[in-house]
Each structure stands twice: as structure tokens, then as C-alpha cells.
Write a protein of this length. Structure first.
Length: 80
């Protein structure tokens, strides 16, 4: 299965077989923390647009040793 990668920010992408693939550009010399923050903000904005909710309602929570998880309105979501 080939997935289309959507540059972000850009037009709102569509789910493909239950998946959403976006990319962001990182300036040369960007730190890992800055890149991580940028992709998480992009993922939250894209998910909010697809779900029809305010971007402030979507967050990514991560704890050392655990996979990041999506929160909607502060509650865990099955999206991940």
C-alpha cells in the first residue's frame, strides 16, 4: 500500500486506510527538541482539522519509556 505524504502546513490531508502521513521541514541546525515540537504541533493541527475541533483541544502526551499518545480535550484517545 502506497501512502501519500502531505507537506504541513498545507491543505488538510485526508485519511488513507485509517492513516494520516504528514511531513514538516526542519531548518538546518534545528535541535531535536525543536523538530519534535514542530511535528507534534503539526500533528495536532492536522488532527483538529480532520476532527472538526479547535486545535487547542488536541495534544500529544509523552512520558519517558512510553509511546506518545494523543489526548482530545485532555482525555486519552484511541488515535495514536
Amino acid at each position: 500500500m502506497a501512502l501519500a505524504v502531505h507537506a504541513w502546513p498545507g491543505p488538510l490531508p485526508a485519511w488513507e486506510d485509517g492513516l494520516l502521513v504528514i511531513s514538516t521541514a526542519s531548518p538546518s541546525g534545528d535541535s531535536r527538541d525543536a523538530a519534535r515540537a514542530r511535528i507534534r504541533a503539526a500533528a495536532c493541527a492536522a488532527l483538529a482539522g480532520l476532527l472538526g475541533i479547535d486545535a487547542a483541544q488536541v495534544a500529544v502526551d509523552s512520558q519517558p519509556g512510553s509511546a506518545p499518545r494523543v489526548l482530545i480535550g485532555g482525555a486519552p484517545s484511541p488515535i495514536g
